[in-house]
Design a protein around this ligand. Sequence first.
Ligand SMILES: [Fe+2]
Length: 274
Amino acid sequence: MPTVTPITPNVGAEISDVDLTAVNDAQADALRAALIDRKALVFREQNISTAQFAAFMQIFGETVKEDLVVEDGNPPEVGAIHIRPDERQRINFWHMDHSFREHPSPVLALHADMLPPSGGDTLFTSLEAAYAGLSDRMKARIEGLHTLHKATPTQNTARRYTKEQLAARERAAPVRHPLVGLNPANGRKFLFVNIPIYCRSIAEMPTAEGDALLAKLYAHVQRPEFHFRLVWRPKTLIVWENVHCLHYPVADYFPHERKLWRVVIKGTERPVAA
Ligand SMILES: [Fe+2]
């Protein structure tokens, strides 16, 4: 069975003793349980093809056709996050992907294809640990509140949407999510915040008051107690619970190149209020 070695007490695990190209039912159960418990699973030295990467990910749900650039020869479920040598990575902030969707992707995965000589790490924070780390007073203050999320153009969306499509995304009605979510898989509450460019406001509060509270909570989730830093090595693969984590891609490796393959699991449920 897979060996699960926690990275910090709150979040992350290194997984060994499992062949990702031949996962049996018992191993799949163990990996799903480990993901619920640890939020992010790191597999080192995975010398597998993009097709094998996509096939492995099906133990976590239905893989969807990527909306990132898909390179020739890759399955449609495998997108490329490719920063070229002459390019600066500009998505360097704590965020969750797709929180502006009614059904955000529950699980995401990345597989290292090209790495800079050093740097380009990615940090992952547990929103369950962040909720548990709030004061009782703050927990009482935020119970029952909702947030309004909207899409914002980023370095990735600029490559795949026209100006008109981006404007339509900006005009779209915001999506409402609970500020305190409940993870039905383990009964834990999580602090469902995202960077303000996506998590725009608190539905039940005047703008200034809501923005101040969101800023405070967004700063809270960034405390090092709730996160770990993934130092990529060649062929490292990570799977994480997108809705229960934020991630931070560190943009410290200019002018070097970096390419990661990404697979997204389809979102089928609205986040549940605690
Ligand atoms: Fe992201």
